[in-house]
Design a protein around this ligand. Structure first.
Ligand SMILES: NC(=O)c1ccc[n+]([C@@H]2O[C@H](COP(=O)([O-])OP(=O)(O)OC[C@H]3O[C@@H](n4cnc5c(N)ncnc54)[C@H](OP(=O)(O)O)[C@@H]3O)[C@@H](O)[C@H]2O)c1
Length: 366
């Protein structure tokens, strides 16, 4: 068997999600039947060298081949790093990603990829100029369940999609968080939309935007409303409707995200002319979905699919990055630049309608 292509990762930041991502990077790819690519963490950068060293000790069993840096710049300059993973708060993604791109590193940047669409457009131009791969870490989109839902959705067995509902809610006990927490602080782009909104929207993008009948058209309408928390003024409850009706598709998505109530079941319902797909919460990493085939309002067949694997689901996006870098691609065909742009354009519009302005300086490009 040919040897796998090994992608050498540099990790920026040592917070919660960076821990999750690296834990999954270190899962043996063969446990998920992946033999063509593999991963090696070669550097970890933090604002504190102690934190970088602790991160390596805790997540990589103190692997001495991994270099710890007390800055992000050290990782960008490291010749043993091919790709940089960015796990900093939303409003820092732009400058961190730009520094990585300028150092000619490939980039996987956490969701939401930037604070607004203008920042994303600027990063995409820089990535093109430097000839590097760039992708938002919309991890759900690479999980086997999402690939299967897409296959069924586009096979035509259920007819055309007509309506979709998706919600992601987490009860974050806001009163117990410091107002400087990234979820509450407007300077970090706090609130429900930017933190949780990518997930319900990603299902609408998969089922509606990507559907062949939509022919790549951007939404014809976005309507939104936001309820803010009196703690810091960030959005606590956000609901938005996205309509796709520019080409042969005519369908609507009703999407919501909340940071003060827990998630509901099912997390996603996609309704087609002749059936329904329901996806179990949590919708960022669902483990099962059910397809109902309908004749009128009569259910003629029902099938449930369950998914299990070693690890927590972040490794699938890492495999995609490795394959794209190996193949010299600038973007993924699963979650390409156009999809992140649709997402950020919608979020800009939702914030405009919800009158949620980030404080001056939080958005680096406007
Ligand atoms: N894909 C997913 O499932 C998922 C889940 C949760 C979060 N996320 C995304 O990941 C990002 C980070 O979320 P998180 O929950 O991991 O946050 P977190 O635990 O607060 O970690 C953020 C890290 O960013 C670094 N950082 C740099 N400048 C900072 C500053 N001024 N203030 C605070 N931290 C700073 C810190 O690392 P150092 O001290 O080491 O520099 C910190 O540990 C967010 O954009 C979020 O949307 C994604």
């Amino acid at each position: 068997m040919p040897k796998p292509f090994v992608l050498r990762w540099g990790i920026i930041s040592t917070g919660w999600i960076a821990n999750c991502f690296v834990t999954d990077l270190l899962v043996d790819p063969e446990t998920r039947n992946v033999t063509d690519v593999a991963h090696k963490v070669t550097a970890v950068g933090s604002r504190s060298i102690q934190s970088a060293e602790n991160f390596i000790a805790e997540n990589a069993k103190g692997d001495e081949s991994i270099k710890a840096y007390g800055s992000y710049a050290g990782v960008f300059a490291d010749p043993n790093v091919d790709a940089v993973y960015i796990g900093t708060p939303h409003t820092l993604h732009y400058e961190n990603a730009l520094d990585a791109i300028n150092a000619k590193k490939h980039v996987l940047c956490e969701k939401p990829v930037t604070a607004n669409a203008a920042e994303l457009r600027s990063l995409l131009a820089a990535a093109k100029e430097h000839g590097v791969f760039f992708m938002e870490g919309l991890w759900t989109r690479f999980q086997p369940l999402a690939l299967e839902v897409k296959k069924i959705s586009e096979s035509g067995v259920l007819g055309a999609p007509l309506a979709l509902q998706a919600d992601l809610s987490l009860d974050r006990r806001l009163h117990r968080l410091p107002k400087t927490h990234r979820l509450l602080d407007p300077a970090f782009g706090g609130g429900a939309l930017l933190a949780l909104g990518p997930y319900p929207l990603s299902w609408a993008i998969l089922a509606l935007y990507e559907h062949p009948a939509n022919q790549g058209a951007v939404p014809s309408n976005v309507s939104a409303t936001m309820l803010k928390t009196s703690l810091t003024g960030v959005d606590r409850n956000t609901s938005f409707m996205v309509t796709f009706a520019e080409r042969e598709l005519a369908a609507q998505a009703i999407l919501s995200c909340n940071i003060n109530v827990t998630f509901c079941q099912p997390g996603v319902i996609i309704r087609y002319e002749q059936g329904t797909i329901t996806i179990a919460a949590p919708i960022y990493c669902p483990k099962s979905f059910t397809v109902q085939y309908l004749e009128g309002d009569k259910v003629t067949k029902e099938e449930t699919r369950r998914f299990e694997y070693v690890g927590n689901g972040w490794h699938f996006e890492a495999d995609e990055v490795a394959r794209c870098v190996r193949d010299g691609k600038g973007e993924s065909s699963l979650w390409g630049h156009d999809k992140s742009l649709v997402e950020m354009d919608i979020f800009d519009e939702v914030r405009r309608q919800g009158n949620y302005k980030l404080p001056p300086g939080a958005e680096k490009v406007v």
